[in-house]
Design a protein around this ligand. Structure first.
Ligand code: ADP
Length: 265
């Protein structure tokens, strides 16, 4: 623990003295440290693509100026790096927006079945392009919950993007929604949204840390597939705002299952 000690002169019955007060500031220290780590991480994440961009601009102005083949190649790389920065900024904004509103639980009715079907249709061709079949299972009766449509859509986007990015070679991705009164479910369970892939899976010691900002199992691989390291942190905050729960089950070589449980009322 970190203690903050303050001393002040005091008048005591036995004469003049000093009053010492001790305050446990561990939590404040930790919050400060987290903020500093976060700023350091963001700076690093932005600097990497920025350095690449500046380097290629220099090359384009100089050596590659009259070489159309090199120029095209460099422009393609620059586009990719700029895209990376843009995604990072978008994710940072999402994260701060979600954190901002986290105390207020959404109350608007959200037609979850329609949303899941809609998002799945959007991702189906992307999954196909990655050699994956996207299977969707919806409950017979439409499910409605109190929820923020944009944010719940973002949960699905992020989980599906990951399933497609890290689920390559797994053949298929399963998305399922189960209503609050599904067989075997407790009334208090709420609705259950599952995104399951059959890809590389995750070693157990990483699992508890996946929702930390910028935590990646393999940073190089994440960047390669266009990840920002913020997707699951955003998911966790949105789930918290809905007073729900996020469960991650995974094992190397066996794929991963992300379950989001959201209160139905
Ligand atoms: P990223 O933008 O890097 O994908 P996320 O916060 O979405 O960031 O995920 C954090 C890390 O968790 C990823 O870098 C990856 O290592 C791991 N991960 C997330 N989803 C999956 C998955 N479906 N299968 C395997 N690993 C995953």
């Amino acid at each position: 623990a970190t203690w903050q000690v303050t001393a002040a002169p005091a008048m005591l019955s036995s004469g003049r003295g000093i009053l010492l007060s001790f305050e446990d500031v561990t939590a404040v220290e930790e919050a400060g440290q987290m903020r500093r780590d976060f700023v350091a991480n963001v700076s690093h994440e932005l600097r990497t693509p920025l350095t690449a961009l500046l380097g290629f601009v220099e090359t384009l102005k100089g050596a590659a100026k009259d070489d159309p083949v090199a120029r095209d190649r460099f422009l393609t790389i620059m586009e990719r790096e700029a895209g990376r920065m843009s995604r990072l900024v978008e994710d940072l904004l999402s994260l701060s927006r979600v954190e901002e509103g986290e105390r207020v639980r959404p109350t608007d009715p959200l037609a979850l079945s329609d949303l899941v079907a809609d998002v799945a249709e959007f991702y189906r061709p992307l999954a196909q392009a990655a050699g994956l079949e996207l299977r969707v299972k919806l409950p017979e009766a439409p499910v409605t919950i109190p929820g923020d449509a944009c944010q719940v859509r973002q949960i699905l986007n992020n989980l599906l993007e990951n399933a497609i990015k890290y689920g390559r070679g797994g053949g298929r991705v399963d998305v399922s929604l189960t209503g609050p009164l599904a067989e075997g479910a407790l009334r208090s369970d709420g609705v259950r949204l599952v995104v399951r892939d059959h890809g590389e899976g995750i070693a157990s010691h990483h699992i508890a840390r996946l929702t930390e900002r910028f935590y990646r199992v393999d940073a190089h691989r994440s960047r390669e597939v266009g990840g920002t390291g913020l997707g699951l942190a955003i998911v966790k905050h949105i789930v918290n705002r809905h007073r729900g729960r996020l469960r991650i089950e995974s094992a190397p070589g066996q794929g991963s299952r992300f379950t989001v449980i959201l209160p139905a009322r």
